[in-house]
Design a protein around this ligand. Structure first.
Ligand code: HEC
Ligand code: HEC
Length: 248
């Protein structure tokens, strides 16, 4: 308060003593695209309406410019040293004190600022005077959660029942244990030919194909080892074998 006291003289000091301290611990909300920030609200509701007319550009009164965030955030009182804003501390913020004392807007010409406007500025300063903070109570719409397109049930002629689809979506995860000369049980998912050569598929007859039979087994000993394939995937494998296990 030292500098400010010198600056404003005894009358303002007396007023300051009567006023209550600022609020602390104001929760911060961070801006999201398309939202008016707390500072923008202060600009439109208070500064632009009641201050900027005399506090803008080279002829700003007392050299105090209040037209942009940076001017407000990093400006000083006319002494050139007392900060307009000390983030988190409105008791040491020239802007808040000047308003609290009803020094501005000049009382002879204007109605004093309403209490809510002063409070809004004090709270914003106490919350850190961030540029992108949102005013408390601002409705932040939750971003829409992407809706998964409903999976069509697997039908007898599901177009995904192809070798290409199964190789990309299923068999590639099997190659870790089932590929090359050391393929587990000689079952080789490297490519179509190696798979057919493994003789675990009876074309056209899923129920007699060891590949399909083994995958149906769930319980304590599923294949793949980390958990049985989904019913839909099993059905696609079934249908692919049923329609001849082609290289399609
Ligand atoms: C009608 C013109 C006018 C309006 C409107 C006005 N001011 Fe001022 N302001 C002045 C003048 C003139 C001074 C210089 C006063 C002095 O030097 O004693 C001043 C000085 C100031 C100072 C510096 C005080 C100091 O002692 O360093 C601040 C900060 C300030 N005004 C803030 C505001 C705010 C905030 C508003 C809006 C709520 C506002 N003013 C509205 C004319 C205005
Ligand atoms: C971590 C290693 C591992 C992975 C990954 C793995 N398997 Fe196996 N698989 C085995 C072992 C070990 C066996 C032999 C023992 C058994 O049948 O439980 C086996 C056996 C099989 C059999 C039985 C073959 C026969 O001789 O009858 C089939 C079919 C099979 N796996 C399919 C798959 C498919 C399909 C996947 C991928 C979706 C897969 N496995 C992933 C280790 C694995």
């Amino acid at each position: 308060m030292g500098l400010l006291r010198r600056q404003l003289g005894p009358f303002f000091l007396a007023t300051a003593i009567l006023t209550v301290g600022c609020n602390r611990h104001i929760d911060k909300l961070t801006s999201q695209a398309g939202h008016q920030t707390w500072f923008q609200k202060i600009q439109s509701d208070v500064l632009n309406r009641s201050c900027v007319g005399c506090h803008k550009g080279p002829s700003a009164k007392a050299g105090v410019q209040l037209d942009t965030y940076d001017h407000v955030r990093f400006g000083t009182l006319k002494d050139g040293t007392t900060p307009l804003i000390t983030p988190g501390d409105c008791d040491n913020s020239g802007l808040a004190l000047i308003l609290r004392m009803n020094f501005m807007p000049p009382p002879d010409l204007n109605k004093p600022l309403d209490v809510a406007s002063k409070k809004m500025i004090e709270n914003w300063i106490d919350a850190g005077a961030d540029k992108d903070a949102l005013a408390p109570g601002t409705e932040v719409p939750t971003p829409p959660t992407p809706v998964e397109p409903p999976k069509p049930p697997v039908s007898e002629n599901d177009s995904r029942a192809t070798y290409k689809f199964l190789a990309e979506k299923v068999f590639k995860d099997c190659r870790f244990c089932h590929s090359g000369p050391d393929a587990q049980n000689g079952l080789d998912f490297t490519d179509y030919n190696s798979l057919i050569a493994s003789k675990k598929i009876v074309k056209g007859v899923p129920t007699e194909s060891p590949l399909y039979q083994r995958l149906l087994q769930g319980g304590d000993d599923p294949m793949p080892p980390d958990g049985q394939l989904s019913p839909d995937t099993l059905k696609l494998i079934h249908n692919w074998i049923l329609s001849g296990a082609k290289d399609n």
